[in-house]
Design a protein around this ligand. Sequence first.
Ligand SMILES: NC(=O)c1ccc[n+]([C@@H]2O[C@H](COP(=O)([O-])OP(=O)(O)OC[C@H]3O[C@@H](n4cnc5c(N)ncnc54)[C@H](O)[C@@H]3O)[C@@H](O)[C@H]2O)c1
Length: 385
Amino acid sequence: MKISVIGSGTMGSGIAQVAATSGCHVKIFDLNNEALIKSKISLEKVLNRLIEKEKIDAGEKNRIQNNISYVNTLADLSDSDLVIEAIVENLEVKRKVFAELETLVSENTILASNTSSLSITSIAASCQKPERVIGIHFFNPAPLMQLVEVVPAIQTSEEVLNKTVQIISDWKKVVAVAKDTPGFIVNRVARPFYSESLRILEEGLADMATIDWSLKEIGGFKMGAFELMDFIGHDVNYVVTETVFTAFYFDPRYKPSLTQKRLVEAGYLGRKSGKGFYNYAENAIITKPNEDKEKAKQIFERVLVMLINEAADALFLNIASAKDIDNAMTKGVNYPKGLLAWADEIGIHWCVEKLDNLYNEYHEDRYRCSPILRKMKNENKKFFN
Ligand SMILES: NC(=O)c1ccc[n+]([C@@H]2O[C@H](COP(=O)([O-])OP(=O)(O)OC[C@H]3O[C@@H](n4cnc5c(N)ncnc54)[C@H](O)[C@@H]3O)[C@@H](O)[C@H]2O)c1
């Protein structure tokens, strides 16, 4: 199978590696020749590391490298079966590239975008044959993260969707099919992990070390919300929240936090700038959490119920199936359990009561219980049997 990747940055390079490892012939194109050279060098390093870890041998390394060629024009991609675009996150630039690409490839070539936040439908509308356009959203780093969200635009044909799911499954990835809505599954359902933690901090109910400790110790999350935001970078994490908030017509459930905005303004971007919520300087004082288990349980449960509500609402609005929503969160962001399975375990009754209590306390729309949770409670149902 002939695959092409446009953009040889972080994501494009990772996607090319995944496809080449699965035996596809891959062409990778970038406007910037230096980015192509960098991509080639970084693949060499990655593969050498895999040899050191005895994950692959020298023969396998050669096979993967020989499957990839680096090209200098868009026209070089004309014989592809599937083209995946991973260039700058700008709608107008992407639409221009798709419109040009369509004139160069065959009629049956599938055209995909790896965008995290833009409308696939709008990208597809730049093409004469929009039914062949689809979203294929990998997570960073693409070779390591198991999840891929496949996002049909409203114009995408059933055939293109089925073929795409088959190709990505053949690359040994877990596919979750998502509706073309802001944040798809993961970037939407994960919002309360950050926003509710920030809210608890802003209200002064606990400090960040205690909130992080609660999420890890009681919840089993690999990282606390503040550690994770620092790791992702506040410039990136804040923009995703703001984009989702704006795209949902300012639904208060996705409202960004001023506390995080101030960090961005100050240039305290997290690990990469040496300071975010935490200080990463060598002799910085490490804040100790309050390890009161009862308090930690309350903090964790408040964040969890907000995550469950968001996952349930995504199901309610047919963004994806229950199985795909749970797979997305466990395979895309390494949550310890799928949120809907977690709701079943902890009890739908409990979730509704907890959300209603929050709503009654604050009278804010962000705490409204998803209709599907209330209906399931009334009918004594579970998400999975
Ligand atoms: N970085 C992530 O964590 C992540 C995760 C999932 C999806 N994405 C999405 O993937 C896409 C790429 O992100 P990235 O982080 O790899 O970016 P990046 O900046 O690392 O790489 C983008 C590359 O595209 C090239 N480019 C820009 N315009 C081009 C054009 N018109 N034609 C050809 N090449 C062009 C640039 O030279 C650069 O090498 C974006 O749409 C982003 O939203 C990113």
